[in-house]
Design a protein around this ligand. Structure first.
Ligand code: AMP
Length: 479
C-alpha cells in the first residue's frame, strides 16, 4: 500500500554512503587554500563527499583523472575546487583566451556548473563565464573579449564562438568533460573531436562519466594521458538513498492517480517525467485544471522559458515540474524529495538519470513510477540494468484492469547489458539546437533472455536501497 507504507516516512543520514573515516577528513586536509575553504564553508558543506575525497588531491597535483560518478555525488565541487586553486596562481587569461574549459551536454547543466564555479570562486580574482545555445551569441562574445579563466560551455555553441574568433585556446591549461557518457549519447562526438583538435596537447584533462562504456574508454584514450581512474559507485547502480516504487495502473488512469498521489501525500515539490514534449504539455495543463500549479520544461521551450519555469519551481511557486529526459538533464534542485515517472523511459539508463534528480548529496529521495501493462518490457529492462526488482504497491481505487506482468530477474545478475547504440543517431543535441526530436520515440528494445522468478515482498530488502530504507525506518521509530 502506498498510503502510510514504509515509503512515506524515513529519516536520512547526511551522505549516507560515507564510511565513518570520511568524517575525520576535512576539506582543509585535502590541501585546499583559505579562500576556497571559506567559500566551501559558506555553502554549509562540512565534510567532503567520497568523490571529492578521491578527486581533489590528484586534480590539485595536475594529474589527468577519469572519474566514474553520477550527478548528485558532489562531483562538480570535486573538480571545480582543485581547478580554482590551480588557476589562482599563474597568468590571468588574456583577451579572448580561456584557461580552463568545462564541456557539458546540456544548457541546464552548463548553467548549474557555472553557478557552482562562481560560488566556490567567490573569494578569488578569477573570471568565469558560461556559453550555450538557444540564447543570443553577442553578449557571450562580449564576455569572452576580456578573456575568462574558466569557461563552461555546451559543444555546439562553443564551436560557433570559436569559428567567429570569439574564443581562443592558446592559454588553455585544463579541459573537463562533464557527463561524458551523456555527451556521446546525445551525438556530440564530432563536436568534441573538433574542439579537442584545436586545444593545446599539453594540458590537464579530467573526464567525468556516470558509466564507463567501451565507447567512453575509446574516447578517453584519445584524450587523457596516464590517467588516474577513480569511482565512487558501481556503474548503473541507482543512488542508494533513493527509495523506488512501482505503482501498477492502467494507462487511462495515470493522470488521476498522479493527482490523487499529489493530494494525498501532500507533495509540495515534485518532478514528473513524461516521454514526449506533447505529453509534458498535456499533463501540465491537466494538473492546472485540477488546481495544482504546474509547468512544463522541454526542448521546444525557449531557454528563457525553461529558466523561468525552473526558477519558479525552485522558489516553490510551482508545485509540479513536468519534464522530458533531455530537458531535465543536469537539473540541480536542492533536496528535491519526490520524482515521478509518469511514463517509463525507453532507455533504461535514463531511469537511472531521472531518479538521480532526487536523493542528492545526502538528502532522502523517493521515486515512484506509474507503470501500465504496455510498459512491462521497459520495466524489466530497467530492473535488469539496476540489478534489482523494484517494489510494487497498488493504490486503492486504481487497481489496474490490464494486469502488469510479474517482474523477472536476469540470468546473469552481475552483468548489465551494454547500452543500446541505436538511439545515438536520432538524439537531440541540446547544446546546439532549440528543439527536441519530434516524438522522442525510439524503437523497442530487443527481447532479453530472462527467467521468471517470484518477486520478493516489499520489506525484505534485497538491495542496498531497501536495506537503507529499513534501517532508516528503524532509526526514525526510535526517535
Ligand atoms: P553534484 O553531484 O555536483 O551535482 O552535487 C550535488 C549537490 O551536492 C549540489 O547541490 C551541491 O551543492 C551539494 N554538495 C556538493 N558537495 C557537498 C558536500 N561536501 N557536502 C554537502 N553538499 C554538497
Amino acid at each position: 500500500m502506498v498510503y502510510g507504507g514504509r515509503f512515506l516516512y524515513s529519516a536520512t543520514p547526511p551522505f549516507g554512503t560515507h564510511h565513518y573515516m570520511d568524517h575525520l577528513m576535512s576539506f582543509a586536509s585535502l590541501g585546499l587554500s583559505a579562500p576556497i575553504l571559506s567559500a566551501v564553508a559558506d555553502q554549509g558543506y562540512e565534510t567532503p563527499s567520497p568523490i571529492q575525497l578521491k578527486a581533489i588531491p590528484p586534480v590539485l597535483e595536475g594529474k589527468d583523472v577519469m572519474a566514474a560518478a553520477q550527478t548528485g555525488t558532489g562531483k562538480t565541487a570535486g573538480f571545480t575546487l582543485p581547478i580554482l586553486q590551480r588557476l589562482s596562481s599563474g597568468q590571468r587569461a588574456q583577451a579572448n583566451q580561456v584557461r580552463c574549459l568545462i564541456l557539458t551536454p546540456t544548457r541546464e547543466l552548463a548553467a548549474q556548473v557555472a553557478e557552482n564555479v562562481a560560488l566556490y570562486g567567490a573569494n578569488l580574482p578569477l573570471r568565469s563565464a558560461v556559453v550555450f545555445g538557444g540564447v543570443k551569441i553577442n553578449p557571450q562574445m562580449m564576455k569572452l573579449r576580456k578573456g575568462v579563466d574558466i569557461l563552461v560551455a555546451t559543444p555546439g555553441r562553443l564551436l560557433d564562438l570559436y569559428n567567429q574568433n570569439a574564443v581562443r585556446f592558446k592559454q588553455l591549461e585544463v579541459l573537463v568533460l562533464d557527463e561524458a557518457d551523456r555527451m556521446l549519447d546525445m551525438g556530440f562526438i564530432h563536436d568534441i573531436r573538433r574542439i579537442i583538435a584545436v586545444l593545446p596537447k599539453q594540458r590537464q584533462t579530467i573526464l567525468f562519466s556516470a558509466t564507463f562504456s567501451d565507447d567512453i574508454r575509446k574516447l578517453a584514450k584519445t584524450l587523457v594521458h596516464n590517467p588516474l581512474e577513480i569511482s565512487v559507485a558501481p556503474a548503473n547502480s541507482t543512488a542508494s538513498l533513493v527509495e523506488q516504487l512501482v505503482c501498477p495502473v492502467d494507462k487511462k488512469k495515470k493522470a488521476d492517480l498522479l493527482v490523487a498521489l499529489i493530494r494525498k501525500q501532500q507533495w509540495q515539490q515534485v518532478l514528473v517525467f513524461t516521454k514526449t514534449k506533447r505529453g509534458a504539455n498535456q499533463l501540465s495543463r491537466h494538473l492546472e485544471t485540477e488546481g495544482i500549479t504546474a509547468a512544463a520544461i522541454h526542448g521546444n521551450k525557449t531557454q528563457a522559458a525553461r529558466t523561468k519555469a525552473l526558477a519558479e519551481f525552485k522558489r516553490g511557486g510551482v508545485r509540479v515540474l513536468v519534464a522530458t529526459d533531455i530537458a531535465a538533464r543536469g537539473l540541480d534542485i536542492d533536496q528535491l524529495p519526490q520524482v515521478v515517472n509518469y511514463e517509463l523511459p525507453n532507455v533504461p539508463e535514463d531511469y537511472v538519470h531521472r531518479i538521480g534528480r532526487t536523493g542528492r548529496a545526502g538528502a532522502s529521495g523517493k521515486a515512484v513510477s506509474l507503470v501500465c501493462a504496455d510498459e512491462a518490457k521497459l520495466l524489466f529492462d530497467i530492473e535488469r540494468v539496476i540489478r534489482r526488482v523494484v517494489d510494487r504497491e497498488t493504490v486503492p481505487g486504481f487497481e489496474p484492469v490490464h494486469e502488469l506482468p510479474e517482474s523477472r530477474l536476469p540470468n546473469k545478475a552481475n552483468k548489465p547489458r551494454k547500452p543500446k547504440q541505436s538511439r545515438h543517431k536520432s538524439e537531440h543535441k541540446d547544446g546546439q539546437r532549440s528543439s527536441e526530436i519530434a516524438t522522442g520515440h525510439k524503437p523497442p528494445a530487443k527481447k532479453p533472455s530472462t527467467r521468471r522468478v517470484r518477486r520478493k515482498p516489499a520489506a525484505q530488502g534485497t538491495s542496498p536501497g531497501a536495506k537503507n530504507g529499513a534501517a532508516r525506518a528503524r532509526a526514525a521509530s526510535r526517535k
